[in-house]
Design a protein around this ligand. Structure first.
Ligand code: PEP
Ligand code: MN
Length: 344
């Protein structure tokens, strides 16, 4: 950390600042220039990140040198995190996330009924998807919109998982539901709207199931990684971060999919990165092109919404792919994955 002092900072103020920092257990290096004095803080600055340094007389500005997250950083762990999802049925193949293979997760936005869930599970698995997604508990903007089937939906998810033999990922919105959902889900999803629900992050951090953490609508990449840090710091080291589009002034799409987040996160963190082009664009014709772009940019996985009849969907119909469009996307993804040295 580098502290720049005001031009008119007095020797007394410099002495007070140095003593204060030392009192916090760190050491200092004072450098007196012709214009300004700067103080280099030596030691792990994260220990004093939350101290009100700018409030100390004589301080003009404070520049952090280290990232605010630790466990999530590539400096802390240079090898990439690989997450193994065990096979659901004996003899089945486990799924590895964060390895050379790009993992596709697909399924309807919501669990709407049992039959449709079973249909979609078979369709997406037949096309090469490795996990089924579907929400039983849905975070909807309107309290009058379909809120998900709740516990009934979770029961269908458990049934489809056991019968079709496909691992599932589903959203948890409430700390009180973590254990119940973790009994069924292979991966717990934290939705964009809960990226900074710190109690929920801590609760899934204490849970022994991998977590897919979605970027908030107005969350920076640093904030996303800080939220991952909450989960990691509770002891759960199996975290996937997911870019799903952010709010901008652009109206052509529901959100603006930040593809550059993929290489940025991979540069900063060892955690696997997924991209959700369905919520990222909100319009189905853009989903496949953005999925291809995400894999080209280095995504470890893609999560997309698929529905047999999007015009009747209870949530997110406009962004749902029909099965045949999904199948075509999977073929194209294979070619892109191969072009960037990965498999599907
Ligand atoms: C979802 O995946 O269905 C969902 C609600 O996503 P997000 O939290 O990114 O809006
Ligand atoms: Mn959705």
């Amino acid at each position: 950390m580098i502290i720049v002092l005001r031009r008119d900072a007095t020797e007394e103020q410099v002495g007070h600042l140095v003593a204060t920092i030392r009192g916090w257990g760190l050491t200092t290096h004072v450098s007196r220039g012709t214009e300004r004095t700067i103080i280099g803080v030596i030691g792990d600055e994260r220990a004093i990140r939350s101290k009100p340094l700018e409030a100390i007389p004589g301080v003009e500005s404070v520049m952090a040198v280290l990232k605010p997250y630790k466990l999530a950083s590539l400096e802390f762990q240079p090898e990439r995190t690989r997450i193994r999802i065990p096979a659901v049925k004996p003899g089945g193949a486990p799924v590895e996330i964060g390895g050379p293979s790009v993992v596709v997760v697909a399924g309807p936005c919501s669990v709407e009924n049992r039959d449709m869930l079973f249909d979609m599970a078979r369709v997406i698995r037949g096309a090469g998807a490795k996990l089924l997604r579907a929400g039983a508990f849905k975070p909807r903007t309107s309290p009058y919109a379909f809120q998900g089937l709740g516990v009934e939906g979770l029961r269908y998810l458990a049934e489809v998982r056991a019968e079709v033999g496909i691992p599932i990922i589903t959203e948890v919105m409430d700390t009180r539901d973590v254990e119940m959902i973790a009994e069924v889900a292979d991966i717990l999803q934290i939705g964009a709207r809960n990226m900074q629900n710190f109690n929920l992050l801590k609760a899934v951090g204490r849970c022994r199931k991998p977590v897919l953490l979605k970027r908030a609508l107005a969350g920076t990449i640093e904030e996303l990684l800080m939220s991952a840090e909450y989960i990691l710091s509770e002891g759960n080291r199996e975290v996937i971060v997911c870019e799903r589009g952010i709010r901008t002034f652009e109206k052509a799409t529901r959100n603006t999919l930040d593809i550059s987040a993929v290489p940025v996160i991979r540069r900063e963190s060892h955690l696997p990165v997924f991209v959700d082009p369905s919520h990222g664009t909100g319009v189905w014709p853009l989903v496949a092109p953005m999925a291809l772009a995400a894999v080209a940019a280095g995504a470890d996985g893609i999560m997309v919404e698929v529905h047999p009849n999007p015009e009747q969907a209870l949530s997110d119909g406009p962004q749902a792919l029909l099965p045949k469009t999904f199948e075509k996307m999977m073929k194209d993804l294979q070619a892109v994955a191969q072009a960037v040295g990965r498999t599907l």
